[in-house]
Design a binder for this molecule. Structure first.
Ligand code: SF4
Length: 329
Protein backbone atom coordinates (compact mmCIF):
# COMPACT_ATOMS: atom_id res chain seq x y z
CA UNK A 1 0.00 0.00 0.00
CA UNK A 2 1.32 3.46 -0.87
CA UNK A 3 1.86 5.53 2.24
CA UNK A 4 0.77 9.15 2.46
CA UNK A 5 4.02 10.54 3.82
CA UNK A 6 6.64 10.20 6.52
CA UNK A 7 5.93 10.73 10.19
CA UNK A 8 8.55 11.25 12.90
CA UNK A 9 8.01 11.17 16.62
CA UNK A 10 10.42 10.93 19.51
CA UNK A 11 9.96 10.26 23.21
CA UNK A 12 12.37 10.24 26.10
CA UNK A 13 13.24 6.83 27.56
CA UNK A 14 10.98 6.79 30.59
CA UNK A 15 10.92 3.03 31.13
CA UNK A 16 7.70 1.10 31.63
CA UNK A 17 4.89 3.04 30.04
CA UNK A 18 1.67 4.08 31.72
CA UNK A 19 -1.90 4.78 30.69
CA UNK A 20 -1.08 8.43 30.01
CA UNK A 21 1.66 7.42 27.57
CA UNK A 22 -0.66 4.92 25.96
CA UNK A 23 -3.61 7.25 25.44
CA UNK A 24 -1.47 10.27 24.67
CA UNK A 25 0.98 8.77 22.18
CA UNK A 26 1.40 5.00 21.82
CA UNK A 27 -2.13 4.29 20.63
CA UNK A 28 -1.70 6.94 17.98
CA UNK A 29 1.74 5.58 16.97
CA UNK A 30 0.12 2.24 16.20
CA UNK A 31 -2.75 3.75 14.20
CA UNK A 32 -0.49 5.99 12.11
CA UNK A 33 1.36 2.97 10.74
CA UNK A 34 -1.62 2.09 8.55
CA UNK A 35 -1.33 5.26 6.51
CA UNK A 36 2.18 6.63 6.99
CA UNK A 37 5.78 5.59 6.87
CA UNK A 38 6.61 5.95 10.56
CA UNK A 39 9.87 6.67 12.34
CA UNK A 40 9.75 6.34 16.11
CA UNK A 41 12.75 7.34 18.12
CA UNK A 42 13.71 6.88 21.76
CA UNK A 43 15.50 10.15 22.38
CA UNK A 44 18.17 9.19 24.91
CA UNK A 45 20.44 12.18 24.17
CA UNK A 46 17.58 14.51 25.07
CA UNK A 47 17.26 12.65 28.36
CA UNK A 48 20.87 13.54 29.22
CA UNK A 49 19.99 17.22 29.51
CA UNK A 50 18.10 16.76 32.74
CA UNK A 51 18.94 13.38 34.27
CA UNK A 52 21.24 13.37 37.25
CA UNK A 53 22.25 9.77 36.94
CA UNK A 54 22.39 7.77 33.75
CA UNK A 55 22.40 4.37 35.46
CA UNK A 56 18.85 3.57 34.46
CA UNK A 57 19.01 4.93 30.93
CA UNK A 58 19.70 1.59 29.29
CA UNK A 59 17.03 -0.27 31.28
CA UNK A 60 14.53 2.50 30.62
CA UNK A 61 15.28 2.39 26.90
CA UNK A 62 14.71 -1.36 26.85
CA UNK A 63 11.46 -1.19 28.84
CA UNK A 64 10.07 1.54 26.64
CA UNK A 65 10.97 -0.33 23.44
CA UNK A 66 9.41 -3.48 24.87
CA UNK A 67 6.15 -1.64 25.59
CA UNK A 68 6.13 0.00 22.14
CA UNK A 69 6.51 -3.37 20.47
CA UNK A 70 3.94 -5.03 22.73
CA UNK A 71 1.39 -2.33 21.99
CA UNK A 72 1.67 -2.93 18.25
CA UNK A 73 4.54 -1.01 16.63
CA UNK A 74 5.46 -3.13 13.61
CA UNK A 75 9.25 -2.95 13.22
CA UNK A 76 9.20 -4.62 9.82
CA UNK A 77 7.26 -1.59 8.53
CA UNK A 78 8.14 1.23 10.87
CA UNK A 79 11.60 2.32 11.92
CA UNK A 80 12.03 2.15 15.66
CA UNK A 81 15.43 3.10 17.05
CA UNK A 82 17.50 4.88 19.69
CA UNK A 83 18.56 8.46 18.97
CA UNK A 84 22.21 8.04 20.00
CA UNK A 85 22.62 5.12 17.58
CA UNK A 86 22.46 7.60 14.70
CA UNK A 87 25.38 10.01 15.32
CA UNK A 88 24.46 12.15 12.31
CA UNK A 89 21.82 13.80 14.51
CA UNK A 90 24.50 15.54 16.57
CA UNK A 91 26.22 16.72 13.39
CA UNK A 92 23.02 18.25 12.05
CA UNK A 93 22.33 19.74 15.47
CA UNK A 94 25.69 21.53 15.36
CA UNK A 95 25.10 22.85 11.86
CA UNK A 96 21.56 24.04 12.67
CA UNK A 97 22.84 25.76 15.79
CA UNK A 98 24.77 28.11 13.47
CA UNK A 99 21.52 29.52 12.10
CA UNK A 100 19.75 29.77 15.46
CA UNK A 101 19.94 33.05 17.40
CA UNK A 102 20.86 32.38 21.02
CA UNK A 103 18.31 34.91 22.29
CA UNK A 104 15.52 33.04 20.58
CA UNK A 105 16.41 29.89 22.51
CA UNK A 106 16.73 31.57 25.89
CA UNK A 107 13.42 33.39 25.36
CA UNK A 108 11.46 30.17 24.82
CA UNK A 109 8.92 29.48 27.59
CA UNK A 110 9.99 25.83 27.63
CA UNK A 111 13.60 26.83 28.35
CA UNK A 112 12.50 29.13 31.16
CA UNK A 113 10.40 26.32 32.60
CA UNK A 114 13.36 23.90 32.51
CA UNK A 115 15.53 26.48 34.27
CA UNK A 116 12.88 26.80 36.94
CA UNK A 117 12.77 23.01 37.35
CA UNK A 118 16.55 22.49 37.32
CA UNK A 119 18.12 25.71 38.63
CA UNK A 120 21.34 23.89 39.51
CA UNK A 121 21.85 22.32 36.12
CA UNK A 122 21.32 24.94 33.43
CA UNK A 123 23.65 23.37 30.91
CA UNK A 124 24.48 24.24 27.32
CA UNK A 125 22.56 21.18 26.09
CA UNK A 126 19.41 22.43 27.73
CA UNK A 127 19.59 25.69 25.77
CA UNK A 128 20.10 23.82 22.49
CA UNK A 129 17.36 21.26 23.19
CA UNK A 130 14.93 22.63 20.56
CA UNK A 131 17.71 22.64 17.96
CA UNK A 132 18.43 18.99 18.63
CA UNK A 133 14.72 18.31 18.36
CA UNK A 134 14.66 20.07 15.00
CA UNK A 135 17.63 17.96 13.90
CA UNK A 136 15.73 14.80 14.90
CA UNK A 137 12.90 15.66 12.54
CA UNK A 138 14.85 17.26 9.70
CA UNK A 139 17.42 14.47 9.53
CA UNK A 140 14.80 12.01 8.33
CA UNK A 141 13.05 14.57 6.11
CA UNK A 142 9.84 13.82 7.93
CA UNK A 143 6.96 15.93 6.66
CA UNK A 144 4.69 15.27 9.62
CA UNK A 145 5.06 15.27 13.36
CA UNK A 146 2.13 14.00 15.44
CA UNK A 147 1.58 16.38 18.33
CA UNK A 148 -1.03 17.56 20.76
CA UNK A 149 -2.16 21.17 20.32
CA UNK A 150 0.01 22.32 23.23
CA UNK A 151 3.17 21.27 21.39
CA UNK A 152 2.53 23.58 18.44
CA UNK A 153 5.29 26.05 19.40
CA UNK A 154 7.95 23.30 19.23
CA UNK A 155 7.07 22.47 15.66
CA UNK A 156 6.85 26.14 14.75
CA UNK A 157 10.39 26.53 16.08
CA UNK A 158 11.54 23.57 13.97
CA UNK A 159 9.88 25.04 10.88
CA UNK A 160 11.56 28.42 11.40
CA UNK A 161 14.95 26.81 11.97
CA UNK A 162 14.69 24.73 8.80
CA UNK A 163 13.55 27.83 6.89
CA UNK A 164 16.53 29.81 8.21
CA UNK A 165 18.90 27.04 7.18
CA UNK A 166 17.45 26.73 3.67
CA UNK A 167 17.47 30.52 3.24
CA UNK A 168 21.00 31.02 4.64
CA UNK A 169 22.47 28.35 2.35
CA UNK A 170 20.13 28.98 -0.56
CA UNK A 171 18.94 25.40 -0.66
CA UNK A 172 15.89 23.25 -0.12
CA UNK A 173 17.54 20.10 1.15
CA UNK A 174 15.70 20.20 4.46
CA UNK A 175 11.93 19.88 4.68
CA UNK A 176 9.78 22.14 6.87
CA UNK A 177 7.77 19.73 9.02
CA UNK A 178 4.03 20.10 9.47
CA UNK A 179 2.11 19.38 12.62
CA UNK A 180 -0.26 16.49 12.57
CA UNK A 181 -2.53 17.52 15.38
CA UNK A 182 -4.20 14.63 17.12
CA UNK A 183 -7.02 14.72 19.59
CA UNK A 184 -5.62 13.19 22.72
CA UNK A 185 -7.55 13.05 25.95
CA UNK A 186 -5.90 14.73 28.92
CA UNK A 187 -5.20 11.78 31.18
CA UNK A 188 -5.19 12.64 34.84
CA UNK A 189 -3.41 10.57 37.43
CA UNK A 190 -5.11 8.55 40.12
CA UNK A 191 -5.09 11.72 42.27
CA UNK A 192 -7.66 13.11 39.82
CA UNK A 193 -5.87 16.46 39.74
CA UNK A 194 -2.51 16.32 37.98
CA UNK A 195 -1.55 14.87 34.63
CA UNK A 196 -0.61 11.20 34.92
CA UNK A 197 3.11 10.96 35.45
CA UNK A 198 5.58 8.45 36.77
CA UNK A 199 7.48 11.11 38.71
CA UNK A 200 4.30 12.05 40.58
CA UNK A 201 3.58 8.37 41.29
CA UNK A 202 -0.03 8.87 40.23
CA UNK A 203 0.23 6.52 37.24
CA UNK A 204 -1.11 3.12 36.22
CA UNK A 205 1.51 1.06 34.39
CA UNK A 206 0.41 -0.90 31.36
CA UNK A 207 2.54 -3.87 32.35
CA UNK A 208 1.26 -4.12 35.92
CA UNK A 209 -0.45 -7.33 36.96
CA UNK A 210 -4.27 -7.33 36.97
CA UNK A 211 -4.14 -7.26 40.79
CA UNK A 212 -1.80 -4.24 40.87
CA UNK A 213 -3.97 -2.49 38.30
CA UNK A 214 -7.09 -3.10 40.33
CA UNK A 215 -5.32 -1.78 43.44
CA UNK A 216 -4.35 1.44 41.65
CA UNK A 217 -7.85 1.90 40.22
CA UNK A 218 -9.37 1.45 43.68
CA UNK A 219 -7.10 4.27 44.89
CA UNK A 220 -8.48 6.69 42.30
CA UNK A 221 -9.98 9.94 43.56
CA UNK A 222 -13.59 10.33 42.40
CA UNK A 223 -16.11 13.19 42.61
CA UNK A 224 -14.80 15.01 45.71
CA UNK A 225 -18.33 16.15 46.62
CA UNK A 226 -19.54 12.57 46.93
CA UNK A 227 -18.71 11.79 50.56
CA UNK A 228 -21.11 8.93 51.25
CA UNK A 229 -22.49 6.07 49.21
CA UNK A 230 -25.96 7.63 49.48
CA UNK A 231 -24.81 10.98 48.00
CA UNK A 232 -25.53 11.45 44.32
CA UNK A 233 -22.32 11.88 42.29
CA UNK A 234 -21.33 13.86 39.25
CA UNK A 235 -19.55 11.76 36.63
CA UNK A 236 -18.61 14.89 34.69
CA UNK A 237 -16.00 15.76 37.29
CA UNK A 238 -14.87 12.19 37.98
CA UNK A 239 -11.66 10.77 36.54
CA UNK A 240 -12.98 7.21 36.89
CA UNK A 241 -15.81 8.10 34.55
CA UNK A 242 -13.35 9.65 32.05
CA UNK A 243 -11.59 6.29 31.86
CA UNK A 244 -14.88 4.40 31.63
CA UNK A 245 -15.59 6.42 28.48
CA UNK A 246 -12.43 4.96 26.95
CA UNK A 247 -12.40 1.41 28.26
CA UNK A 248 -16.03 0.47 28.95
CA UNK A 249 -18.90 -0.34 26.61
CA UNK A 250 -21.38 2.34 25.53
CA UNK A 251 -24.09 0.64 27.60
CA UNK A 252 -21.96 0.60 30.72
CA UNK A 253 -21.04 4.25 30.28
CA UNK A 254 -24.68 5.24 29.78
CA UNK A 255 -25.69 3.25 32.84
CA UNK A 256 -23.03 4.79 35.11
CA UNK A 257 -23.94 8.24 33.82
CA UNK A 258 -27.48 7.72 35.09
CA UNK A 259 -26.89 5.62 38.20
CA UNK A 260 -24.06 7.75 39.62
CA UNK A 261 -26.26 10.85 39.54
CA UNK A 262 -28.96 9.15 41.63
CA UNK A 263 -26.60 7.23 43.91
CA UNK A 264 -27.69 3.99 42.25
CA UNK A 265 -24.09 2.82 41.97
CA UNK A 266 -21.32 3.23 44.53
CA UNK A 267 -17.79 4.30 43.68
CA UNK A 268 -16.35 0.96 44.81
CA UNK A 269 -18.44 -1.01 42.31
CA UNK A 270 -17.86 1.59 39.65
CA UNK A 271 -14.10 1.29 40.07
CA UNK A 272 -14.22 -2.51 40.13
CA UNK A 273 -15.95 -2.44 36.78
CA UNK A 274 -13.34 -0.06 35.39
CA UNK A 275 -10.51 -2.27 36.65
CA UNK A 276 -12.14 -5.31 35.03
CA UNK A 277 -12.54 -3.57 31.68
CA UNK A 278 -9.08 -2.04 31.79
CA UNK A 279 -7.50 -5.41 32.56
CA UNK A 280 -9.43 -7.02 29.69
CA UNK A 281 -8.20 -4.29 27.34
CA UNK A 282 -4.58 -4.70 28.45
CA UNK A 283 -4.59 -8.49 28.46
CA UNK A 284 -3.30 -8.96 24.86
CA UNK A 285 -0.66 -6.26 25.44
CA UNK A 286 0.61 -8.02 28.55
CA UNK A 287 0.74 -11.39 26.83
CA UNK A 288 2.79 -9.97 23.93
CA UNK A 289 5.05 -8.12 26.34
CA UNK A 290 5.75 -11.25 28.34
CA UNK A 291 6.54 -13.24 25.21
CA UNK A 292 8.93 -10.58 23.91
CA UNK A 293 10.57 -10.25 27.28
CA UNK A 294 11.57 -13.91 27.15
CA UNK A 295 14.25 -12.88 24.69
CA UNK A 296 15.57 -9.37 25.43
CA UNK A 297 18.11 -9.64 22.61
CA UNK A 298 15.19 -9.70 20.17
CA UNK A 299 14.18 -6.22 21.38
CA UNK A 300 17.73 -4.88 21.03
CA UNK A 301 17.93 -6.45 17.55
CA UNK A 302 14.81 -4.51 16.54
CA UNK A 303 16.41 -1.28 17.80
CA UNK A 304 19.73 -1.99 16.07
CA UNK A 305 18.04 -2.88 12.81
CA UNK A 306 15.96 0.30 13.07
CA UNK A 307 19.11 2.35 13.68
CA UNK A 308 20.74 0.83 10.60
CA UNK A 309 17.80 1.87 8.43
CA UNK A 310 17.66 5.28 10.11
CA UNK A 311 21.40 5.83 9.52
CA UNK A 312 20.93 5.27 5.80
CA UNK A 313 18.27 7.98 5.64
CA UNK A 314 20.33 10.24 7.89
CA UNK A 315 23.51 9.89 5.86
CA UNK A 316 21.66 10.67 2.66
CA UNK A 317 20.36 13.91 4.22
CA UNK A 318 23.76 14.80 5.65
CA UNK A 319 25.48 14.39 2.28
CA UNK A 320 23.11 17.05 0.92
CA UNK A 321 23.48 19.24 3.98
CA UNK A 322 27.30 19.14 3.92
CA UNK A 323 27.27 20.01 0.21
CA UNK A 324 24.79 22.86 0.75
CA UNK A 325 26.87 24.30 3.57
CA UNK A 326 30.08 24.02 1.58
CA UNK A 327 31.93 21.56 3.79
CA UNK A 328 34.74 19.71 2.02
CA UNK A 329 34.05 16.05 1.22
FE1 SF4 B 1 -17.13 8.50 39.75
FE2 SF4 B 1 -18.30 6.18 39.35
FE3 SF4 B 1 -18.18 7.26 41.82
FE4 SF4 B 1 -19.74 8.31 39.97
S1 SF4 B 1 -19.94 6.26 40.83
S2 SF4 B 1 -18.38 9.44 41.32
S3 SF4 B 1 -18.54 7.99 38.10
S4 SF4 B 1 -16.47 6.55 40.59
Amino acid sequence: MTKKGRVFSGARPTGRQHLGNYLGAMRNYVALQDEYECIYCIVDIHALTTVETTQELRANTYDMALDWLAVGIRPEESIMFVQSHVPQVTELHTILSMVTPLGKLTDLPTFKEKVRQNPNNVNYGLVGYPVLMTADIALYRAGLVPVGVDQGPHIEFARETVRSFNYRFNTNVLIEPQMKVTEVPKVLGIDGVQKMSKSLDNHIELASTPEETQKRVMMMVTDPQRMRRSDPGNPDVCNVFSLHKIFSSADEVANINVECRRAGIGCVDCKKLLAKNLNAHLEPFRARREALNQNPQQVWDVLHDGAKRARELAESTMRDVRAAVGLAE
